[in-house]
Design a protein around this ligand. Sequence first.
Ligand SMILES: Cc1cc2nc3c(=O)[nH]c(=O)nc-3n(C[C@H](O)[C@H](O)[C@H](O)COP(=O)(O)OP(=O)(O)OC[C@H]3O[C@@H](n4cnc5c(N)ncnc54)[C@H](O)[C@@H]3O)c2cc1C
Length: 362
Amino acid sequence: MTWDAVVIGAGPAGAVAARELARLGCSVLLVDKAHFPRPKVCGCCVNGSAVASLRRLGLGHVLANGVPLRDVRIGAGRRAATVKLPGGVSLSREAFDLALVREAVKAGVELREGVTAKLGESDAVTPEIFVGHERVRAKVVIVATGLGGSDAAPDAGSRIGAGVVVPADAVPAHFTPGTIFMATGFGGYVGLVRVEDGRLDVAAAFDVGFVKAQGGLGPAAETVLGEVGWPRPPKLAELPWKGTPALTRHARHLAGERWFAIGDAAGYVEPFTGEGMAWAIASAAAVAPIAARAVQQWHASHVREWERAHARAIGTRQRVCRVVSRVLRSPRLTTVVVRALSALPILSRPVVASLNRRGTPA
Ligand SMILES: Cc1cc2nc3c(=O)[nH]c(=O)nc-3n(C[C@H](O)[C@H](O)[C@H](O)COP(=O)(O)OP(=O)(O)OC[C@H]3O[C@@H](n4cnc5c(N)ncnc54)[C@H](O)[C@@H]3O)c2cc1C
């Protein structure tokens, strides 16, 4: 069968792109190697920009069960500063991604779960895709395979990600719903937030050497929490931690003959500012009209068009995030910033506003 579009990966980027393409009249096959609901290492904070994009796409209701976020508390050394947030919610990735996949199916997308897909050879007209043992063809392929599935090259010295979810009955009272707790330390940082069912999502970015020196992801998280003096959930290090590949990476190519990369597969910057899902959704919404035109008539200029649109939708926002993550590499500078913020919280306004400003470009 030849589909108008095959979307590989059904995270936020793939699910939203598939839905948008179906709404533009395309026949769409959405493939994911996992079964939904599935867990994902993530801070689970859907920021103001992502919320605005979802509303604009008519998807605001998928956040109905999310916990509204009031502020972020940043710890460095024994200091802490609280910065107000202009919006956003926390929602587990099991619930969020499942809701988006269901919306795609509602729009007419065909979903295949539990199957790995791989790009095969392209003939003159349509690329071939291996969906498990089946071979299908598509006029256009959207690569939304996230960090692990992309061929984006990691930056030298990039941190790795880690995450675990603490059961609701083991969460210390310190971690109140509606606040993001960010503990920063010498080897990385740990973010903690309550999600819709009371569990505590814990997500971290660590230097590889620090994890080795601490004896694993869990002990590394315990050390960082100890540095800021926050309580540690009991037996945190013994919970089933999951790691990710190197976080900060550049895509070698954003598009090619009849394919487009979106979301993390198009490049990523480490997650302190909690923006990845906003980028994923923005890139999905921005690629859909270009891909729908490519379905009608492929033209080599679509590659450049997507590179430019991606830079407009995501580029500036990733630059802000890069600057923040560079500051965090220096524990001394982080402590100075946290001191300044605790004295004058207003100083955070430009960065917070810039990160939450725009939703999906029209
Ligand atoms: C530690 C950490 C904390 C984070 N915190 C936040 C946060 O608080 N807020 C925020 O907005 N972002 C955060 N992010 C970033 C966010 O998780 C990602 O940016 C976001 O999930 C990207 O969405 P995506 O759809 O591109 O990829 P993903 O969500 O990774 O989805 C990719 C999908 O593709 C599937 N897949 C991969 N390869 C194949 C294949 N060959 N065939 C079939 N299926 C395939 C996978 O199973 C997966 O379901 C964080 C990330 C990390 C690592």
